[in-house]
Design a protein around this ligand. Structure first.
Ligand code: SAM
Length: 312
């Protein structure tokens, strides 16, 4: 694993070979995945006393399609912004996923759960369609023909066009969005890839309305860069630099406690921290110098679902 990633990284230093395009980034090429992820974030928002009806939402790292955001729009949101470093999705794929998502909502389909997507977190206690959030009155309004037609037309517009959904690839500063304009910012398996986490949390804090919140599933695992799930904390900074090469992103190697510390420092209050713990075959002493000071809890925390509100 180490050798494969080392070669991949070093190759990107060669002139002309630094263009990196992932073939598939995750799950958003599947409408059922997008439906499942959106509803999981909303079910837990309600459980944690947060507003399950955000009007304006923003997503970091949508990946292969804008499906999670389209699920948000179909279920009643009014505006969706997506920020990725690479435009992975295309209009044809988005339209196909849009149509499948509409059917899932029209059928009030159960949330695809652990059997269908064992790797997808957060897990829920109950995967029935959340009719307590989307009651008949609300959903029949959201699924009204002219409303859906309007969203579908927006999905079909060329990238960059101003509409009720938009995707930007250069978002990395607070000006990408108007201050205090968004009700909810979410991501799925993305915050572990963002190099400048402090700036990302800072930007999110600025974009959120005073009563807004963030909702993120974060995966702290090695993403195939090591044989052990936490083997990426064994590599020195120099080794990691070579493995990363000039790829636009890999993983930032920040552990769970680093997210919690930055989040607090940037003006958020944590309301939910659903950790996934995995066995570690290493002790803290085995880790590279930089990671020796992570906590013993970090060493066994392979993922977390966090929801937080802005303070002040
Ligand atoms: C593992 S994929 C997850 C995609 C999708 N959220 C899903 O659930 O399938 C990670 C995504 O994060 C994006 N990404 C990496 N660095 C980023 C950054 N700094 N800002 C925004 N997106 C980023 C990648 O381009 C990719 O789309």
């Amino acid at each position: 694993m180490k050798l494969k990633h080392l070669i991949l990284g070093i190759i990107t230093f060669l002139p002309g070979l630094n263009k990196f395009k992932a073939k598939g980034t995750g799950g958003t090429g599947s409408a059922r995945y997008c439906y499942s992820v959106w509803l999981r974030h909303m079910v837990l928002a309600k459980k944690n006393g947060l507003n399950p009806y955000p009007e304006v939402v923003a997503e970091l790292g949508p990946g292969d399609s804008l499906g999670i955001g389209m699920a948000a729009l179909i279920s009643g949101c009014k505006r969706y912004f997506a920020f990725d470093v690479i435009e992975h999705s295309n209009t044809e794929k988005n339209l196909q996923i849009f149509d499948e998502l509409v059917s899932l909502f029209q059928n009030r389909a159960a949330i695809p759960g652990e059997e269908e997507f064992p790797e997808v977190k957060p897990y829920l206690d109950d995967y029935n369609f959340p009719a307590d959030i989307y009651d008949e009155g609300r959903l029949s309004h959201a699924l009204g023909k002219s409303r859906l037609r309007k969203i579908r037309t927006a999905v079909g517009l060329p990238p960059g066009a101003e509409s009720l959904l938009s995707c930007k690839t250069s978002w990395y500063d607070e000006h990408a969005l108007e201050k205090e304009s968004v009700d909810m910012i979410y991501s799925q398996a993305v915050l572990e890839h963002i190099d400048d986490l402090r700036n990302a949390y800072r930007a999110m804090r600025l974009w959120l309305k005073p009563e807004g919140y963030i909702s993120h599933q974060i995966d702290f695992k090695s993403h195939g860069t090591a044989d052990e799930w936490n083997g990426h904390w064994m590599y020195s900074d120099l080794m990691w630099k070579l493995m990363r090469g000039k790829r636009p992103y890999l993983i930032n190697r920040e552990p769970h406690s680093a997210h919690l510390a930055i989040l607090k420092e940037q003006g958020f209050k944590l309301l939910c921290d659903k950790k996934i713990q995995s066995k570690s075959n290493y002790t803290l002493d085995d880790l590279s110098q930089r990671f020796k000071s992570i906590t013993s809890e970090d060493l066994i925390t392979s993922g977390a679902f966090i929801q937080a509100i802005r303070i002040g």
